[in-house]
Design a protein around this ligand. Sequence first.
Ligand SMILES: [Zn+2]
Length: 107
Amino acid sequence: MKVIHHFKTHRGDTYKIVSQKRIRNGGYDCFGLCDPPDDEEAIIRISQGMSNYDLMGTIIHEMAHAFFYERSETNVTRFTQSVMTLLRRLQLTPNDRRYSRRPKITK
Ligand SMILES: [Zn+2]
């Protein structure tokens, strides 16, 4: 597990982002996982071994959870897809989107 970033939300909750080999949630491998903001040491976990394209989407997705934790998975996924569509159109996304090895399940 490697710490890659720290940040604070608009509500003052502090998060640590860590990169780790494998993330399991509910019996499934995940790209990412976000702790509730009121956890004493709130952590966003980002899986290793995915494409940079999926890494970008996962970081946007998990940070959206951290800032807007009360919003549904559907809302966060729609937000992420909307941002990624724009970034793709502007050719700002990495070109390796086909090479992820893990199932795309997040929370
Ligand atoms: Zn999610």
